[in-house]
Design a protein around this ligand. Structure first.
Ligand SMILES: [Zn+2]
Length: 240
């Protein structure tokens, strides 16, 4: 039997024809896969509860004719996140990013682990520290860019390699530049802002356990929002 089994996050699903549904899952060992769930709505409705994103499921599928969902058993349904509209909206947007940055049938173990860690962290902490929602809005894309090889240069000047007087961020150079090499259009980057970017791109989630650390980072929320919107769209225009 051509049957496979793996742990998977449900990214999203769409109706397929009158009775079927197509699920897009992000598996631990096979990357993103697309599976057709055949059958009447009644049959599907038994499965549907555990396949509502975000959800971690143990999934079995076959590839006899086309990849087809056989069964799914819940591992974690993230009830705390689902009960919190702001958290749910954030995590759905992270799942969407995973979908955007991955192609079918290509294993992405680091990205899988990132999603795993972030979802569990959210589930355990969002009720008593809702600020992590805003924090993950920046931490997740930073880590995603790092994993995909598109992290900006933050430690030395992108032009001369100097680690002294790094004063600006250059969109065209995709990195920090020193006071001798900044050009028109580059943005001023304070020492604190650079340190925050370094932390978001370079540190594991465990470095942000203290609510005070998250609070400190979010003082630069306006800058972070601008930075990630612009930087991510530049990288996307490079590769897509
Ligand atoms: Zn320089």
């Amino acid at each position: 039997m051509n049957q496979y089994q793996d742990l998977a996050f449900v990214l999203f699903y769409e109706e397929a024809g009158e009775a079927d549904r197509r699920y897009f899952l992000f598996t631990q060992n096979y990357g993103k896969i697309s599976l057709l769930a055949k059958g009447s709505r009644k049959v599907l409705s038994k499965l549907a509860g555990c396949l509502e994103p975000p959800a971690l499921v143990k999934v079995v599928w076959s590839i006899v004719h086309q990849p087809r969902l056989i069964s799914a058993v819940e591992e974690e349904l993230f009830p705390v996140i689902k009960k919190n509209p702001a958290a749910l909206s954030l995590f759905l947007s992270l799942l969407k990013q995973v979908d955007e940055w991955t192609i079918l049938n290509q294993a992405e173990p680091q990205l899988w682990l990132l999603l795993y860690n972030v979802l569990w962290w959210g589930e355990k902490n969002v009720a008593h520290n809702p600020e992590i929602i805003e924090f993950l809005r920046y931490y997740f894309p930073a880590q995603l860019l790092k994993i995909t090889g598109f992290a900006p240069l933050l430690d030395v000047c992108a032009v001369c390699g100097s680690s002294q007087s790094l004063s600006h961020f250059s969109w065209s150079k995709r990195g920090v530049v020193c006071s001798l090499h900044y050009q028109k259009g580059d943005i001023v980057l304070s020492k604190k802002q650079r340190k925050i970017l370094q932390a978001l791109f370079q540190l594991p989630l465990s470095a942000f356990r203290k609510p005070a650390t998250v609070k400190e980072i979010l003082k630069e929320k306006i800058f972070l929002q601008l930075f990630f919107t612009k930087f991510t769209s530049l990288i996307k225009s490079d590769i897509m």
